[in-house]
Design a protein around this ligand. Structure first.
Ligand SMILES: Cc1ncc(COP(=O)(O)O)c(C=O)c1O
Length: 381
């Protein structure tokens, strides 16, 4: 890996983080939640009289969310001294945005109107759309190395083009985004393929593991220390059932996390989110049971969908959704909407032609979906 100082945008090296009242209070109590202490806090221009309905949000929250990070370290089996490898964001989208800001010099317009190209990222379509949107927002060049697609019906329908990715790297490539299990194809990529990319690239590799709790293989997280250029993204929006809370995680070497903490908005995770997440994360049995139920329902759907006429192929899934190829995906999508069942139409996405993406629902929802599909699905082509 190139030294962090060589990978970061030059001006980021000189940024001093905003010094908030809670980070300045000198006893190291960055995690003070003053509304529950007896100390008199007159340092942050808050409203000392409280908040409407007594909801207790009148004090600024811990900017580094240490209590929550300690709980996350416990459930992820990281030792307590590894909280410095955790960054929390407003969904996973926040660390995606911050990584782009930290590492990628944007393209700029010269006074002549000519564009002077800046740094590049590599993505592997079809994949999660935010990497490309975030790059577009920051005017960062996107290099697309599509997944390899087997059409012979055998396992491994979608895989990483490792050689293509490594050949696409230029001196301006700063980040490679990999998503495993991948959205929308639902499959895990081979561990060895991911490791070859991490080892073969001297910039940052972001491995988005949003769906890892549903996968047959383990996360890369226990091996984070072996890969100084790896950033792992996970989220509480999927298996933990807290999408509306907006809480995402990035795990990486402490140097990278320090940079993200430097450039994030000071209080990016509000107190309601922090407290709700801490209490939710004691319900590890709930998480285990729900993941188990989703896996059972996924299997139920795979079996039932395969029986339907009009279904060409049900792709294997390591996620909480299934990619399904239909004889006429658009017609099926529209017929389902008429029945008030909304799935995601991916038929216009390259390599996913003819496919709908179906999220695994509750048993009742899945039965309803299968029943309605049985009524509307078209004969096999
Ligand atoms: C691969 C992937 N990463 C990240 C996200 C977004 O996660 P969050 O809700 O934490 O922003 C999604 C959402 O669908 C996703 O599919």
């Amino acid at each position: 890996m190139r030294p962090l100082s060589a990978l970061l945008r030059k001006h980021i090296l000189g940024v001093k983080p905003y010094s908030s009242a809670r980070s300045e209070y000198p006893t190291g109590n960055a995690e003070a939640t003053p509304h529950i202490t007896s100390q008199t806090f007159l340092d942050a221009n808050e409203n000392a009289f409280g908040s409407p309905n007594g909801i207790g949000v009148h004090r600024y929250p811990d900017p580094l969310q240490m209590a929550l990070k300690r709980r996350i370290a416990e459930i992820k089996n990281l030792s307590a001294d590894r909280t410095g490898t955790i960054f929390l964001g407003n969904g996973s989208d926040e660390p995606i945005d911050l990584l782009m800001r930290a590492f990628c010099e944007p393209s700029v317009y010269a006074p002549s109107g000519e564009i002077v190209l800046g740094d590049e990222i590599i993505i592997t379509p079809p994949t999660y759309g935010m990497y490309e949107v975030s790059a577009a927002i920051h005017n960062v060049v996107v290099c697309r190395v599509p997944l390899l697609r087997r059409r012979d019906g055998k396992a491994g329908a979608f895989s990483l083009d490792v050689d293509g990715i490594l050949q696409a790297v230029t001196p301006r490539t700063k980040i490679i985004f990999l998503c495993s299990p991948n959205n929308p194809t639902a499959n895990l990529f081979e561990r060895n393929a991911i490791e070859r990319i991490i080892a073969g690239f001297d910039g940052i590799v972001v491995l988005d593991e949003a769906y890892i709790d549903f996968a047959a293989e383990q996360s890369f997280l226990p091996h984070l220390a072996d890969f100084p250029n790896l950033v792992i993204l996970q989220t509480f929006s999927k298996a933990w059932g807290m999408a509306a809370l907006r809480l995402g995680m990035a795990f990486a070497d402490e140097g990278i996390i320090r940079v993200l903490n430097t450039i994030k908005p000071p209080y990016n995770i509000n107190i309601l989110t922090q407290e709700t997440a801490i209490s939710a994360l004691y319900h590890t049995d709930w998480h285990k049971d729900i993941v188990e139920s989703i896996l059972q329902e996924r299997q139920f759907l795979i079996v039932e969908l395969q029986k339907l006429s009009g279904v060409e192929r049900v792709f294997p899934s390591d996620a909480n959704f299934i990619l399904v190829e239909f004889t006429d995906a658009r017609a099926v999508y529209e017929a389902l909407v008429q029945k008030n069942i909304i799935v995601r139409d991916r038929s216009g996405v390259a390599l996913c032609e003819g496919c709908l993406r179906v999220t695994v629902g509750t048993h009742e929802e899945n039965i309803r979906l299968v029943h309605e599909l049985g009524q509307i699905a078209l004969p096999k082509g």
